[in-house]
Design a protein around this ligand. Structure first.
Ligand code: UDP
Length: 342
């Protein structure tokens, strides 16, 4: 079956493309390369340079490739930037998703797996966080993802478009089998920043806040391996393709680790004793975010298998060591694969 993967040249998208291939699906990557990397897409995968805002072109591609379902990653995803440039986020995420949905409607494609986020919860009232927890995002990024979830529910109700929205906690790690990994610009995520410091590309790691009400005073997060996330997307896809109803699921390991614990694990895995400095809290960071993923475990049989902290860090480390400056400097071997079909 043919699956259109918007944002398939990005970090999570490229890992899902790998998992789709392993599971016998044919992924078609649709990406505008605003943040994605062509080098993250395997040579044998059809790559289409296109924008989700381009309704006619997206519809044409869905028809041409006889698309059975869409997995939708294409989005702007930097929390800090979303606060300083909300227009970009409402335009790319909310309006972009609306355009994509309209292209799907036009092409008669009625199944979507949607890349959502734990940021839809904001500051939790209790942990672990279940899907029924209060939805009160504290940043623009989370608000745009929640708006899209609402749009999907309305499209389901009115147009019978079924969806699975997957709310990720802290995606981390890298594929042990393919040369893909996490590369944002600018980088703001803890694990890549730690590993770039271990490599000597950055001078030091900052701990944002040491006075949180946690065991060691630093923030606690639920780190989930990107390969476990990828498996969940394929399960969600199979659920929809076998006639399943629309669902919303959390994706987390259900274990919390503090910033200090992540730094200690990275020092152990890398064997490098890099400098660490303590700084003030970063605005908008809740003290503890831990998922309950009971719902997807029970309903779809998902089970994280790679999300121990050491495996998350060691797979990320292996990738970072090979790419000290990320993916952007990689030589593109087959430029002809990049085609915009019109
Ligand atoms: N963090 C930190 N130093 C950094 C980057 C992040 O202490 O240089 C902390 C951040 O405050 C949060 C955790 O690490 O508690 C994870 O942050 P990240 O940006 O990776 O993901 P988020 O939880 O914000 O989605």
């Amino acid at each position: 079956m043919n699956i259109l993967v918007t944002g398939g040249a990005g970090y999570i998208g490229s890992h899902v493309v790998e998992e789709l291939q392993k599971s016998g699906f044919t992924p078609i990557v649709y990406d505008n390369f605003s943040t994605g990397h062509e080098a993250a897409v395997p040579d044998e995968v059809q790559l289409v340079e296109g924008d989700i805002h381009d309704v006619r072109f997206a519809k044409h591609i869905m028809e041409q490739f006889k698309i059975d379902a869409v997995i939708h990653f294409a989005a702007s995803s930097l929390v800090g930037e979303s606060m300083t440039d909300p227009a970009k986020y409402y335009f790319n995420n909310v309006e972009g998703s609306l355009h994509l949905l309209e292209a799907m409607r036009g092409a008669g494609v009625d199944r979507m797996v949607f890349s959502s986020t734990a940021a839809v919860y904001g500051e939790p009232e209790a942990v672990p966080i279940t899907e029924d927890s209060r939805l009160a995002p504290t940043n623009v990024y989370g608000r745009t993802k929640l708006a899209i979830e609402g749009m999907l529910a309305d499209y389901d109700h009115a147009y019978d478009m079924r969806y699975v929205a997957l709310r990720y906690f802290n995606a981390a790690g890298a594929s042990p089998t393919r040369d893909i990994g996490e590369d944002h610009s600018p980088e703001s995520h803890l694990i890549p920043l730690i590993l770039k410091t271990a490599q000597g590309v950055r001078k030091q790691v900052s701990i944002f806040g040491t006075d949180y009400p946690t065991a060691d005073g630093t923030c606690v997060r639920d780190y989930i391996h990107v390969c476990d996330l990828a498996k969940a997307h394929v399960l969600a896809l199979k659920h929809l393709l076998s006639g399943g109803s629309s669902r919303v699921y959390n994706l987390g390991s259900e274990n919390g680790f503090s910033v200090r614990q992540m730094i200690d694990s990275a020092k152990k895995v890398t064997g490098v004793d890099f400098p660490v400095v303590e700084e003030a809290r970063r605005a908008g960071d809740p003290a503890v975010l831990i998922a309950s993923s009971a719902k997807i475990r029970e309903e779809l049989g998902w089970e994280p298998q790679h999300s121990s902290v050491d495996e998350v860090i060691s797979t990320a480390w292996k990738w970072h060591k090979g790419h000290p400056h990320g993916l952007s400097l990689i030589h593109i071997s087959e430029p002809t694969r990049l085609r915009r079909i019109s």
